[in-house]
Design a protein around this ligand. Structure first.
Ligand code: ADP
Ligand code: MG
Ligand code: ZN
Length: 563
């Protein structure tokens, strides 16, 4: 079927692009025909044209809901540059300007009107819409409807009013992040029989790497100095404190680092953002407050000093690297403490049990990705329901780790945890357990008489790092639980019996230091097909668990709402 000639004309004559990209043409045709659409494309994929072109071609005004003021202003400025009649309505406008914009909208002198959601939902916003001829509604960053995501905006949920009040106006919901349950949630809340347009989420130029965290900050410094001197990058940290400390540490090492988090004044944030966008080689050290809508083409690396709490978050944050299509790196330092910390955050959250279960499932999928010994991209894409072959451009493809059967070592570790607890009637943290395994007669071992437990010294074959790595894996799989409320003491998880009885195998990954980046393997050849396939299957199963859980959650919410 040939492209809609009008749409193609606009693309060429207004935007100056020769061809539609990916699914753009299909979305545009669907919306021109009056259909609702859910558009999932990675950032930079070209989502804007999917509503801008139909808004121009359909009779009336295109209403665009956008959560960020800065984003709105940039987009409107870009549209005006192209000679289009675009405006925005948000809290930054003075009353006079706002009145003028509304007047233009009513007279039909605008092609596109960007609105903050609270503005649109207000009485005056609703009145304005009643007085306008509306071509379509576009809801940008539609994942903000998701209560489970970190960009949740309560007003987004209320946007379901659009389909109730204007059932015949097509709606386009767009996002760059949506795993299966989030997609469902967007469609449920915003669309009516919408068709989903899902483009590939692969970002082939991004090299995914996960390193074992030992001294995270020193490793980060080494990574930036060794591989990204002078490059623009983003370093994500969990807390504002860490952001400040890491930015200071990097700056002291002559790296142009700036902090960014919600605790800084609005002016300071705006100033750092401007410098990041305008200057070369700025490293932004930030919490996840930094991100949505940031479109800088030459970000060469995104580093995570703390593990994100979901694959969605990880994908979105790393996706800010390499928008220009050139090689970029996604670097994550990951250790036992990340697992403990993230689990603790879920535990301490005031959410209900269902939310906690969903968060735990999402976290576990992220942990499985971090622990993976096979292609990270295969797993990442599988999480978004996309099947692929080993990529040749991630750490595991470039330098497949050696896998050794560590079931017996895992049994030793589990029995030591058990025996120390039995012998003393109290639980112990990792360092002590590893000391006992390795036969180290420190003060604490003496004090508790643990040189007498039967597993004392039976683990001298592995070094401390291997033990920690093994323990982290067991914790990630819930075979060992860490009690973060009590000095991180360890205890056996329910499924640990399967390991002790030899019904479940445990593999330990080993990577020769510095071996990364040496090997190159073409796409489709690297890695072992068998493990990649089973990993994909495991992850798909996980994302089904997510979906099933979400279904139940929805049913439950619906039933409680009626009462
Ligand atoms: P998204 O909203 O999905 O992150 P944008 O709509 O902002 O992406 O588009 C990203 C960039 O790609 C913009 O610079 C845009 O002009 C460009 N772009 C979009 N569609 C095309 C196309 N068909 N051909 C060339 N460039 C395009
Ligand atoms: Mg966009
Ligand atoms: Zn790979």
């Amino acid at each position: 079927m040939p492209a809609n000639p009008d749409a193609a004309d606009l693309l060429q004559h207004i935007w100056g692009y020769a061809e539609f990209r990916g699914l753009q043409r299909e979305v545009i045709e669907h919306v021109l025909g009056g259909g609702d659409a859910l558009v999932l494309m990675p950032t930079g994929g070209g989502k804007s044209l999917c509503f801008q072109i139909p808004a121009l071609l359909r009779d009336g005004l295109g209403i665009v809901v956008s959560p960020l003021i800065a984003l709105m202003q940039d987009q409107v400025a870009a549209l005006r540059e192209l000679g289009l009649r675009a405006a925005f309505l948000n809290s930054t406008l003075d009353a006079e300007t706002a009145r003028r914009v509304q007047e233009q909208a009513r007279r039909g002198d605008l092609d596109l009107l960007y609105m903050a959601p609270e503005r649109l939902l207000s009485d005056s916003g609703q009145r304005l819409l009643d007085q306008c001829r509306i071509a379509l509604f576009a809801i940008d960053e539609a994942h903000c409807v998701s209560q489970w995501g970190h960009d949740f905006r309560p007003e987004y949920g209320q946007l379901s009013i659009l389909r109730e009040r204007w059932p015949h106006v097509p709606r386009v919901a767009l996002t760059a992040t949506a795993d299966v349950p989030t997609r469902q949630e967007i469609a449920d809340k915003l669309l009516r029989d919408g068709r989903a347009f899902v483009s590939s989420f692969d970002r082939p130029n991004i090299r995914y790497r996960v390193v074992e965290k030992r001294d995270g900050r020193a490793q980060l410094l080494q990574f930036i100095r060794g591989e990204h001197a002078g490059d623009c990058g983003v370093v994500y940290c969990l807390s504002r404190n860490t952001v400040e400390e890491v930015a200071t540490m990097l700056a002291a090492q002559d790296i142009a680092a700036l902090p960014y988090h919600a605790g800084l004044s609005a002016e300071m944030r705006a100033h750092h953002l401007r410098r990041f966008l305008d200057e070369d080689g700025i490293v932004m050290v930030a919490t996840i407050a930094f991100g949505m809508g940031i479109d800088k083409p030459d970000v060469r690396f995104v580093a995570h000093l703390d593990m994100p709490r979901s694959i969605e978050g990880y994908f979105q944050e790393t996706g800010r690297a390499g928008r220009d299509g050139l090689l970029a790196q996604a670097w994550l330092a990951y250790g036992l403490q990340d697992v403990v910390q993230q689990r603790r955050l879920i535990e301490l959250s005031e959410a209900d049990a269902t939310y906690k279960r969903l968060s735990t499932a999402k976290l576990d999928a992220m942990l499985a990705l971090a622990e993976a010994a096979d292609c990270r991209r295969v797993r990442l894409l599988a999480y978004f329901d996309e099947t692929s072959t080993p990529c040749g451009n991630c750490d595991n493809c470039l330098s497949p780790p050696e896998l050794i059967d560590a079931t017996e070592s895992a049994q030793k570790l589990l029995s030591t945890i058990y025996r120390c607890q039995q012998a003393s009637g109290t639980r112990f943290a990792a360092t002590h357990i590893i000391d006992v395994l390795r036969g180290k007669r420190g003060d604490k071992v003496e004090r508790y008489g643990h040189h007498a437990v039967s597993t004392f010294g039976i683990g001298a074959d592995l070094d401390e790092q291997d033990w920690r790595s093994l323990l982290r894996q067991l914790v990630a799989q819930h075979l060992v639980e860490v009690d973060a409320a009590h000095f991180n003491v360890l205890q056996l998880g329910a499924a640990s019996r399967e390991v002790l009885r030899g019904q479940r195998r445990i593999l330990l990954k080993r990577r020769a230091p510095g071996s990364e980046r040496k090997r190159r393997a073409p796409r489709g050849v690297a890695g072992s097909g068998a493990t990649a396939a089973s990993a994909g299957a495991a992850l798909q199963a996980l994302s089904r668990v997510d979906a099933a859980l979400f279904e139940r959650l929805r049913a439950w919410r619906a039933s409680t709402a009626k009462e």
